[in-house]
Design a protein around this ligand. Structure first.
Ligand code: NAD
Ligand code: WQD
Length: 339
């Protein structure tokens, strides 16, 4: 049976990907230091799939730990989610971001090389396109200069992986450039569980809906967009998780380093998110218009046609599905995995 090491597998996107991998018949080994997640998520993954996975609590920066993992489990390929992801925090503590995301990724690929494992799917981000490219973003566009340190770490790791693959044709690497992941598993059993005050729109909105926060601030309503609020390409986390299974299948049969956009191709505004959430779920969201947030782009979205052509992937779930499933998760778990 094909065995996949999933770093950061207890996290938001990782846990949903574990479900899809187990359902597709893969063996799953998760390595996570639980710095931003709970082992409860993995217990729920096992309950949802009625399958077992192997969990190792450990850090991707720990070479001895990685060597031990590769020595004791015959790993065929790696999906690498582990890292830090808060944009604002990355401006305050840049070195922690470089250490976790860049040094951590380097440590992982070095351990893979030592173990003779050359197939990797990396969690990248649309942020690598920077400010200079017009939407829809296409993989053939040159990458730009991300406006924050978090985004910069993703760009550095992408470039490191590209260079490694150029130098050694044994590597087979997928760079998956996610747009804005939202939603949760349809069961409401696993979902996004941010610590502290959420930075991202959807967890903030659902925490307002459940009464944990008084109102949603919409950052800016004077952008040059259809309704003046920012537009993003929101993608259901289950569609995103399925893209990883297809990327693994692709990487088991190809070499080189290749990037794919994982988005729907639709630009949805912040206002539309709030209004549609209210309609779909029958919940009112108190809100205010607030000043623009520093660093936000007015609008960006994917051209996902390469993923369709080469991976056979396209987003299947609708905006309504995203909003219903986000609410279903939050409603059932008002305090996340602690409730
Ligand atoms: P998450 O924080 O829920 O998951 C990351 C997981 O990695 C957590 O379980 C955390 O405990 C673990 N981790 C962190 N540092 C580690 C380390 N040094 N060693 C071992 N484990 C470690 O985040 P997520 O939203 O699931 O994101 C997963 C990946 O996708 C990240 O690399 C993120 O940068 C990337 N990404 C996320 C988004 C998004 O909006 N959520 C968008 C684009 C890319
Ligand atoms: C979306 C829109 C906000 C909160 C970030 C990272 C990106 C990727 C995904 C990866 C913006 C507005 C938000 C709120 C609001 N991360 N907003 N009120 O900034 O597009 O992307 O997450 O790991 O790299 O930059 O996502 O959800 O923060 O914001 O009005 O309380 O919602 O201004 O227009 P963003 P987001």
């Amino acid at each position: 049976m094909t065995r996949i090491l999933v770093t950061g597998g207890a996290g938001y996107i990782g846990s949903h990907t574990c479900v899809e991998l187990l359902n597709a018949g893969y063996d799953v080994v998760v390595l996570d230091n639980l710095s931003n997640s709970s082992v409860e998520a993995l217990q729920r993954v096992e309950a949802l799939t009625a399958k077992k996975l192997t969990f190792i609590e450990g850090d991707i920066r720990d070479a001895a730990c990685l060597d031990q993992v590769f020595a004791s489990h015959l790993i065929d390929a790696v999906i690498h989610f582990a890292g830090l992801k808060a944009v604002g925090e990355s401006q305050q503590i840049p070195l922690a971001y470089f250490e976790n995301n860049v040094t951590g990724s380097l440590s992982l690929v070095q351990a893979m090389q030592r173990a003779g494992v050359y197939r990797l799917v990396f969690s990248s981000s649309a942020t690598v396109y920077g400010e200079m490219n017009p939407s829809p973003y296409q993989e053939t566009m040159p990458t730009g200069m991300p406006s924050n340190n978090y985004g910069y770490t993703k760009l550095v790791v992408e470039q490191m992986l590209e260079k490694a693959a150029l130098a050694d044709e044994k590597w087979s690497i997928a760079l998956l450039r996610y747009f804005n992941p939202v939603g949760a598993h349809q069961s409401g059993q696993i979902g996004e569980d941010p610590q502290g005050i959420p930075n991202n729109l959807m967890p903030y909105l659902t925490q307002v809906a459940v009464g944990r926060r008084p109102l949603l601030s919409i950052f800016g309503n004077d952008y040059p967009t259809q309704d003046g609020t920012c537009e993003r390409d929101f993608i259901h986390v289950v569609d995103l998780a399925k893209a990883h299974v297809l990327a693994i299948q692709n990487r088991l049969n190809n070499v080189g380093c290749r990037a794919w956009n994982i988005g729907t191709g639709n630009a949805i505004s912040v206002q539309q998110i709030k209004d549609t959430f209210e309609q779909v779920n029958g919940v009112e969201i108190p809100f205010e218009y607030a000043p623009r947030r520093a660093g936000d782009l007015a609008s960006f979205y994917a051209d996902p046609s390469r993923a369709q052509q080469e991976l056979g992937w396209h987003a299947e779930l609708t905006l309504e599905d995203m909003l219903r499933d986000s609410w279903n998760w939050q409603k059932q778990n008002p305090k996340g995995y602690q409730s």
